[in-house]
Design a binder for this molecule. Structure first.
Ligand code: GTP
Ligand code: MG
Length: 349
C-alpha cells in the first residue's frame, strides 16, 4: 500500500492531483481545510487530502513448459510411491482378500503383512489371484523350518519333550517310540521324570509294555544321569517330563535341573495347535529362558480349523518344527512336519 498527501487551493484541485497520481482506485483517508499565514487566519485557503492505494500485484511469470518425457517420468514415480504406500498400508491394495484370509486363519497381523510384502516383491504387478495364492503358499512354506527324521546311525540320540500341561507330550512320546521301535526297528528306551501327576508314569508304562520298550521312572537329576548311562547302548532315548506352566518359575527351575544333568541332544517344546498365539508366545518365552529349546512339536491339529498359530509359533521360536500330531491314536496320528502341507492348511488346501 502507498500513502501520499495531496495539497491544493480547493478540494477539486487536490482531488485532481490525487487521481493523476493514484487513479480511480485510491481511498481517501483524511481531508483537511485550512488557511496559510500566521495562526491560519489570514492566508489563502488550502485543502489537504491524505489518500492510499494498493500496489498493483506483479503479474505471475507463465509456467515453464514441461516436456512430455519429464511428465511421464513424474507420473511413473508417483505410481511407484503409491504402490509402496499401498504395500506398507496394512492389508490395503489388490491383495486385501489374501491379507484377510491370513488374519481369518489366525496368522498374526505382523506376520500377515510380512508375508504379503514378501509376495509383492516377487510377484509381477497384475498377476492373477491363483498365482498370488501359489506364491504366498510358497512364502509361508519357506517360513516354516523343518528337519529330516533322525538318522540314528551315529550313536545314542537323547530327546526330551517339555511343555505346558495336557498338550500331548506323553502320547507323542508313545507315537514316536512306536514308530521307531516297531516300524524302523530301532532300539528305543523311555525315561520319565513325571512323578508329579498321579498315574502319569503308569500311562507311559502301559504304552511301553504295548510297544515292547523299556521304561524307567526317575525321581532326581542324578537318577536321570544313571538311567541314561544304563541305556547308552540304545539308538533313541525319549525323556518324558511333567507338564508345567510357563509362569511357575520353581517348576521350570526343577525341570532345568534335570535336563542340565541329562544333556539331551534335543529339547522339543510341545504346543497344542488350539493354543492362542499370544499364549504360545508367552509359553515360548517362559520355557526358552530356562531351557535350550531346539525343536517344536505342534499337537492336536485335529482340534482346530485355523492353523495360523503354527506359523506364528515357528517364527517366534525360530527353531525347526519336527512333528505335528493329528489325533489320539497311537502310533498313527503323527506326521513329520511338512511345510507345504501346513501352508495348504493355513491358506486353504
Ligand atoms: N485330539 C487330539 N488329542 C490328543 C493329541 N495328542 C494327545 N492328545 C490327547 O490329549 C490328552 C493329553 O495327552 P497327554 O499325552 O497325557 O498330554 P501331556 O502333555 O503328557 O499331559 P501332562 O503330562 O499332564 O502334562 C490325552 O487325552 C491325549 O489322548 C492329538 O494330536 N489330538
Ligand atoms: Mg504327560
Amino acid at each position: 500500500m502507498r500513502v501520499k498527501r495531496f495539497v491544493g487551493k480547493s478540494m477539486k484541485e487536490a482531488v485532481a492531483q490525487l487521481k493523476a497520481t493514484f487513479g480511480d482506485e485510491a481511498v481517501i483517508l483524511h481531508t483537511k481545510r485550512s488557511r496559510g499565514g500566521p495562526f491560519g487566519l489570514f492566508g489563502r485557503p488550502r485543502v489537504e487530502i491524505i489518500a492510499a492505494v494498493d500496489v498493483a500485484p506483479q503479474p505471475k511469470p507463465p509456467p515453464a513448459p514441461v516436456n512430455s518425457s519429464e511428465l511421464q517420468l513424474l507420473q511413473q514415480e508417483l505410481q511407484e510411491v503409491k504402490g509402496l504406500l499401498a504395500s506398507q498400508n496394512k492389508g490395503t491394495g489388490p491383495w486385501q482378500s489374501l491379507y484377510e484370509e491370513l488374519i481369518a486363519g489366525e496368522v498374526d497381523p505382523k506376520n500377515a503383512q510380512y508375508l504379503l510384502d514378501k509376495m509383492t516383491q516377487i510377484l509381477p504387478p497384475g498377476s492373477p489371484p491363483e498365482e498370488a495364492i501359489a506364491a504366498l503358499k510358497g512364502i509361508v512354506a519357506e517360513e516354516i523350518q523343518v528337519v529330516s527324521p533322525w538318522d540314528l546311525s551315529a550313536g545314542t540320540r537323547i530327546v526330551a519333550l517339555v511343555g505346558p500341561t495336557g498338550v500331548g507330550k506323553t502320547t507323542t512320546i508313545a507315537k514316536i517310540a512306536a514308530n521307531y521301535a516297531l516300524l524302523a526297528k530301532r532300539r528305543v528306551s523311555l525315561l520319565t521324570m513325571d512323578t508329579y501327576r498321579i498315574a502319569a508314569a503308569q500311562q507311559l508304562k502301559t504304552y511301553a509294555e504295548i510297544i515292547g520298550v523299556p521304561l524307567e521312572v526317575v525321581f532326581t537329576p542324578r537318577a536321570l544321569t544313571e538311567a541314561l548311562e544304563r541305556h547308552k547302548d540304545r539308538d533313541l532315548i525319549l525323556i518324558d517330563t511333567a507338564g508345567r506352566s510357563q509362569h511357575n518359575k520353581m517348576h521350570l527351575a526343577e525341570l532345568k535341573a534335570f535336563l542340565d544333568q541329562a544333556h539331551p541332544d534335543e529339547v522339543h517344546l510341545v504346543l497344542s495347535a488350539t493354543t492362542k498365539t499370544r499364549d504360545a508366545m508367552e509359553i515360548i518365552d517362559g520355557f526358552a529362558t530356562v531351557l535350550p529349546l531346539n525343536r517344536l512339536i505342534i499337537t492336536k491339529l485335529d482340534e482346530t480349523s485355523s492353523y495360523g498359530m503354527i506359523l506364528n509359533a515357528c517364527r517366534y521360536l525360530g527353531k525347526p518344527l519336527a512333528y505335528v500330531t493329528t489325533g489320539q491314536s497311537v502310533p498313527e496320528d503323527i506326521e513329520v512336519a511338512d511345510p507345504n502341507k501346513i501352508a495348504d492348511l493355513i491358506l486353504g488346501g
